[in-house]
Write a protein that binds this ligand. Structure first.
Ligand SMILES: *Cc1c(COP(=O)(O)O)cnc(C)c1O
Length: 354
């Protein structure tokens, strides 16, 4: 794709690794491309990072027509900049677009845009242990028309943010709360799409959990509130009595790429992984019986996040003595090893940008 590049005349500098946190700083440039029904996607450009100008009537501001992706660029010991399974993100972005009526992208062009932007801002990819450059591609409706209508204008944008290590002191078990009031997604809804509105609707429960000292909520299914679905922005896995189980993709769960990668790794290691419906009761019974060996969340941000405590309706269940489990550690080490280019990429998951 032929991208015009306007360089930032006032480039910034990468803050020290211990100040980064998550999503607080942005690089010198961003990618933008416009869509209109007549012209299709056009005018791909890299410009200095900065505010956008939008009509106050833009559909995104009224009807929430927005979808996004979350991926990372990693700096390898050889100073190569690597992406992890970016093709999967592009495919998922298009599925999300299709679900909310936004125009789909050519996945090769979208990835090309990300690669060119990351290469231009490669000095912003931090190098300290556990740090990376978070990549946020997003698509939103820009039509300046208030009537609820088919989207005719949209923008595809990519911004980049250097991020610190998710765990400040290495892998740490977290406490999570089962959410019993709000639901995140329902059958036929938008749970499988990474669309902005899902997260707006989940914030209240997240805040409630945080005020009680929990780092995340565990969502149950939206119909019976009986089956385990996923964490706030992470999928969930359990090891019960020697067997790994994870909720099956049922249309209301996000198709996590970390989830898929963990399943493929464990299968490669000869382990059996069941993808099926899991009742919360089953998990609680296992916790009581002492057969819930490990429970962990998986997602791009944290990779593997061990769950040390599960709280449900006034009762706390401690998992694995609030310690990091053997399988959690093994998955974390292998996945992060591949992502940061420290272990062999035997599955062809790594894309070298530059
Ligand atoms: C992004 C996300 C995940 C994790 O997906 P990855 O591709 O592994 O990063 C899981 N659940 C929700 C709700 C998400 O938004």
């Amino acid at each position: 794709m032929n991208i015009t590049i306007q360089k930032n005349p006032n480039p910034g500098t990468l803050p020290p690794a211990n100040q980064l946190g998550f999503g607080n700083y942005f690089t010198d440039h961003m990618f933008l491309m416009d869509y209109s029904r007549e012209k299709g996607w056009h005018d791909p450009r890299i410009v200095p990072y900065g505010p956008l100008t939008l009509s106050p009537a833009s559909a995104v501001l009224h009807y929430g027509s927005e979808v996004f992706e979350g991926m990372k660029a990693y700096r390898s010991p050889e100073n190569k900049i690597l992406l992890f399974r970016p093709w999967e993100n592009m495919a998922r972005l298009n599925k999300s677009c299709a679900r909310v009526g936004l125009p789909e992208l050519n996945p090769e062009d979208a990835l090309d845009a990300i690669r060119q932007l990351v290469e231009l801002d490669r000095d912003w990819v931090p190098s300290a242990e556990g740090t990376s450059l978070y990549i946020r591609p997003f698509v939103f409706a820009a039509d300046a028309k208030l009537g609820l209508h088919t989207i005719e204008e949209a923008i595809f944008a990519v911004i980049l943010s250097p991020v610190g290590s998710y765990f400040k002191d290495g892998l740490q078990p977290v406490s999570i709360m089962v959410e019993t009031e709000d639901v995140r997604a329902v059958r036929g809804g938008t749970g499988e799409a990474k669309c902005g509105g899902n997260y707006a609707a989940s914030l209240r429960a997240g805040d409630r959990a945080a005020s009680l000292g929990f780092s995340q909520v565990l969502w149950l299914d939206g119909i019976e509130q009986k089956y385990v679905e996923e964490g706030g922005a992470m999928n969930i896995m359990f090891k019960i009595d020697g067997k790994v189980v994870t909720p099956m993709l049922n249309g209301s769960i996000l198709r996590g790429i970390t989830r898929r990668s963990c399943i493929e790794l464990m299968q490669h290691w000869g382990m059996e992984v069941e993808e099926r419906r899991i009742a919360l009761d089953e998990v609680i019974e296992a916790a009581k019986a002492g057969t819930l060996e490990e429970a962990w969340c998986v997602g791009t941000a944290a990779v593997v996040s061990p769950i040390g405590e599960l709280y449900h309706k006034g009762t706390s269940y401690v998992i694995n003595n609030n310690q990091i489990g053997e399988l959690e550690r093994k998955l974390y080490d292998e996945l992060t090893g591949i992502q940061w280019g420290k272990r062999p990429d035997t599955f062809g998951w790594v894309d070298v940008v530059c």
